[in-house]
Design a protein around this ligand. Structure first.
Ligand code: GLN
Length: 474
């Protein structure tokens, strides 16, 4: 089967008659079937995708195909798509169907994308390995004994194994970038407020952002551009006009700020360290400037993230009570046992842990000591991030401290799992944009991702600098 890196290449082949949307969808369906052991998809909407493919093929013939015509896409199972099931990979939502479509998904459909199915993920997007799904873990296609990263693990593997052309994920603390790094893809966490969260099942509302996972930088730009822009359903989306991203070929030199504590971190894997150092040397050799900065808050990143996100999660997830929708315990006898049993039976262990932690940090006795304090530290981290970016074009650090780890390696130790988020949570705490780009592969064939961060609403610059880093790596 043909594999494509760019949507524009697919469109060229459709226009010249080499392939068609129907043929592509059939190929993807066969591929998903053949790669079932990866567990990337929770549901495939085959008939519907084939009908949509026929419609889009017609549009190619009549010359009015949209910008995403020919792109077959998977969506993370926490995005609403009207009339389709959505479960956040949780038993508590088993059988639930969306009543409306997420703005981000609708904007893809409006440009003639074909949505093929919903992808597996950690339950309610809580995890870094995709082992917290109620429907089993996802396996990394580079090594099926290893995790794909999380929480958008199914979205990453679906692209990595060419089960669809691109996918949507969500990133609250690294859930797009970390799986992108583990699976050799491009994954962006856009600036908070660039893309509407309407129709994204909330985990931590002041952190969550939707973004694409793709084989190429060009597709990543295109999908982000199409999804971005104001939305009457989400007041947190910036109302600045929708962006237009373009790579310009002018030879420009950039200043990269490298976090000293990250590159000298004792937990940094030898291959990741070597790749970071060689990238820095190559950038310098090409005339770019490297400056090092001290980030005194490194040890506070993960605690700040987990205090604030669990607090928000405990509030957001209170709607899953067994009353309004989703799982209701058949053993309940009154109101209280409906709440208790439905939640006990419906939620997995990690989700329960976070709801309890979040409820604790919001309780009146501990609110000031934990929640308010974490908010203050959030501001310090944001100020420091802005300060560094005021004298550099981008921050450069590895996306993760190691390549993909073994299935089961961290699942019994929540703290070890939380530390997997060390390099990714900063951008969610501060709100700025960050991308993971695949720059190398270890001798064992495991992908390594490098992370670039720019300021708020600087996606154009982030993409431009990413293109330069890729050029330098080649
Ligand atoms: N791994 C992080 C967590 O477990 C990030 C999750 C995410 O970005 N959704 O919360």
């Amino acid at each position: 089967m043909s594999t494509y890196r760019r949507i524009t290449d697919i469109q060229a082949d459709i226009r010249s008659g080499k392939t068609s949307c129907v043929q592509l969808v059939k190929e993807y369906i066969a591929r998903i079937e053949a790669q079932k052991h990866l567990n990337a998809f929770l549901e495939v909407w085959a008939d519907e995708a084939l009908e949509q493919a026929e419609r889009v093929d017609q549009k190619f013939k009549t010359g009015n195909a949209g910008r995403l015509a020919g792109a077959v896409i998977g969506i993370k199972d926490n995005l609403a798509y009207k009339g389709h099931k959505v479960s956040a990979a949780s038993k508590i939502l088993e059988g639930f169907e969306s009543l409306y479509t997420a703005t981000a998904v609708q904007r893809l459909l409006d440009e003639d994308a074909i949505i093929l199915g919903r992808t597996n993920c950690d339950e309610f997007a809580m995890g870094a390995s995709n082992e917290n799904s109620a429907f089993g873990p996802v396996r990394n296609a580079a090594d099926p004994e290893r995790v794909p990263g999380g929480s958008s693990g199914g979205s990453a593997v679906a692209v990595q194994a060419n089960l669809v052309h691109a996918t949507l994920g969500s990133d609250t603390g690294g859930s797009i970038r970390q799986p992108a790094a583990f699976c050799g893809l491009f994954g962006i966490k856009p600036t908070y407020g660039l893309i509407s969260r309407w129709g994204l099942l909330a985990y931590a509302s002041s952190f969550d952002q939707i973004g694409p996972l793709t084989h190429s930088l060009e597709d990543n730009m295109l999908l982000t551009e199409i999804m971005a822009g104001s939305d009457e359903h989400d007041a947190t989306v910036s109302d600045r006009s929708a962006p237009r991203y373009q790579l310009d070929t002018a030879d420009k030199k950039y200043t990269f700020a490298v976090m000293r504590q990250a590159v000298e971190h004792p937990g940094l894997d030898a291959d990741v360290k070597q790749e970071t150092e060689s990238l820095i040397a190559s950038l310098q050799a090409q005339g770019h400037q490297i400056t090092y900065f001290d980030f005194e808050y490194l040890d506070y990143l993960v605690p700040t993230y987990y205090l604030l996100t669990t607090a928000e999660a405990s509030s957001n997830l209170s709607r899953y009570s067994g009353l309004l929708y989703g799982h209701r315990s058949p053993n309940a006898t009154d109101l209280e046992s409906t709440f208790t049993l439905s939640r006990t039976e419906g939620f997995g262990e990690e989700v329960k842990r976070r709801i309890m932690l979040g409820t604790f940090v919001l309780s009146s006795d501990y609110y000031d000591a934990y929640y308010s304090k974490a908010q203050k530290v959030r501001r310090l981290i944001q100020n420091k991030t802005r300060e560094v970016l005021s004298s550099a074009d981008a921050i450069l650090i590895p996306t993760t401290s190691t390549p993909a780890f073994q299935l089961g390696e961290k699942s019994k130790n929540p703290i070890a799992m939380y530390l997997a988020d060390l390099f990714t949570v900063q951008a969610n705490i501060a709100g700025n944009c960050a991308i993971s780009i695949p720059t190398a592969t270890t001798a064992a064939g495991l992908p390594i991702g490098m992370q670039l961060m720019c300021g708020e609403f600087e996606e154009q610059k982030l993409y431009q600098i990413s293109a330069e880093v890729l050029r330098v790596c080649q």
